[in-house]
Design a protein around this ligand. Structure first.
Ligand SMILES: O=c1ccn([C@@H]2O[C@H](COP(=O)(O)OP(=O)(O)O[C@H]3O[C@H](CO)[C@@H](O)[C@H](O)[C@H]3O)[C@@H](O)[C@H]2O)c(=O)[nH]1
Length: 383
């Protein structure tokens, strides 16, 4: 039997070490080649008129271009958890009921900012986490959702949590939100913990909304000097089983995340709101999986702005990627700064407003009828 890292029986101790060194070198070379490749292909996007994200609007609206969006299609798109809105003569109207009132408020905040520049239209906004218009079953529906995978037709809009309505945890009892304020406080924390003074640990705190997170939690239990990743409670927590057979960890603020060099981002039910915050720490973001996205993810590039991690990475693969970052500290710092500069410079609150305006203006052009005011709706006014 051949001596390999996984079948160690026929190895002498020296053999195993040599084999491991060879394998890890090959892996590191593969990662370094990926960096070189990404750097050669990378073109900085232009923020003017939300140019970094326009291609997402074009992509999401394209399927509806040929036939346009009829009144019947809008009616069909009234799926559960989705809310009908109308914009008529520069005023915003909505169904009386919204499944998640603070999410609706977080959406309305932005629409009201640009309302006088928008033509008449009606639209269906899904306030649940999960997208609604599958490419594999049912009809193609013009539903607006904050997150999706390539398997959905949903039209992406900037999440409510840029303003309010994000997940409520004990640290943020009114819900994560106010991106403008988090930007300032996390930026301050990043200055308090510059790269050279950060702890050389991989870090994660969050609840078990997806089992994809398990391998990092297990690696942390096996190698606490490399990773500190622990599950916290969420509202669905009933027993230690829900935190992978360990007591729930204490929550740590997003600012406190900045103490650590390597921050992991995982999907939850859909994309996770932690994603944009992690970059502000000027820590290196390890972004796991590439299926679940929000509107701005596509503009960020693997190996340029973050370290891409396969969604099914086992403990060994996770460990190798973290070790790679530790061994290549200058490169790790460069990617961390690049990711931070993107989010700091190109994902400002004004970019969110800009995206909403461009998205709704482009969407309205696809309506094949002139909407008239539905008397059952209520007017939503600026607060
Ligand atoms: O110690 C902690 C624990 C959590 N958080 C933050 O709290 C939020 C919620 O975290 P978590 O409980 O892990 O939930 P997620 O899985 O990230 O998000 C869930 O909630 C979102 C909004 O409801 C959905 O969009 C996601 O798809 C869903 O998985 C995130 O922004 C975390 O960064 C902290 O800041 N410190």
């Amino acid at each position: 039997q051949e001596c390999t890292i996984d079948s160690k029986e026929s190895c002498s101790e020296n053999d195993t070490h040599q084999k491991y060194k060879k394998e890890i070198n090959e892996k590191y070379n593969k990662y370094l080649a990926a960096v070189t490749n990404a750097e050669q292909e990378f073109v900085e996007c232009n923020r003017t008129n939300c140019g970094c994200f326009s291609n997402v609007i074009a992509r999401d609206l394209k399927p509806f271009q040929e036939k346009g969006i009829s009144h019947e299609l809008i009616n069909a798109a009234k799926v559960s958890g989705a809310t009908l809105y109308q914009i008529i003569k520069g005023r915003l109207y909505r169904e009386t009921d919204c499944m998640f009132p603070s999410r609706c408020a977080g959406i309305e905040h932005f629409i009201l900012k640009v309302i006088d520049k928008l033509p008449d239209m009606e639209l269906i906004i899904n306030t649940r986490d999960y997208p609604q218009s599958s490419k594999y079953y049912g009809n193609m529906l013009p539903v607006f959702s904050f997150s999706k995978t390539p398997e959905y037709f949903d039209i992406l809009y900037p999440a409510w949590s840029f303003w309010e309505g994000g997940p409520a945890i004990s640290l943020y009892p009114r819900g994560l939100g106010r991106w403008d304020q988090h930007r300032v406080t996390i930026n301050e924390a990043s200055e308090k913990y510059p790269w050279e003074e950060k702890e050389s640990l991989a870090f994660f705190r969050g609840s078990r909304t997806s089992s994809e997170r398990d391998n990092l939690i297990l690696l942390s239990r096996n190698e606490p000097s490399l990773v500190d990743a622990q599950y916290t409670k969420n509202q669905a927590w009933k027993s230690d089983k829900d935190t992978l057979d360990a007591p729930p960890a204490k929550e740590l603020s997003l600012e406190e995340h900045c103490k650590y060099k390597y921050l992991f981002n995982y999907r939850g039910v859909a994309a996770s709101f932690r994603h944009k915050h992690l970059f502000l720490c000027r820590s290196l973001v390890f972004h796991v999986g590439n299926e679940w996205t929000e509107f701005y993810y596509k503009a960020m590039k693997p190996w340029i702005h973050y370290i891409p991690v396969p969604k099914d990475a086992n403990q060994r693969e996770l460990k190798d990627l973290i070790l790679f970052a530790k061994e290549n500290d200058g490169l790790a710092k460069k990617i961390a700064n690049h990711g931070r500069d993107f989010i700091w410079g190109k994902l400002q609150l004004s970019d969110i407003t800009c995206y909403w305006k461009k998205l709704l203006s482009s969407y309205a052009k696809l309506l094949s009828y002139r909407p008239t005011l539905d008397k059952n709706l209520v007017e939503i006014k600026k607060k």
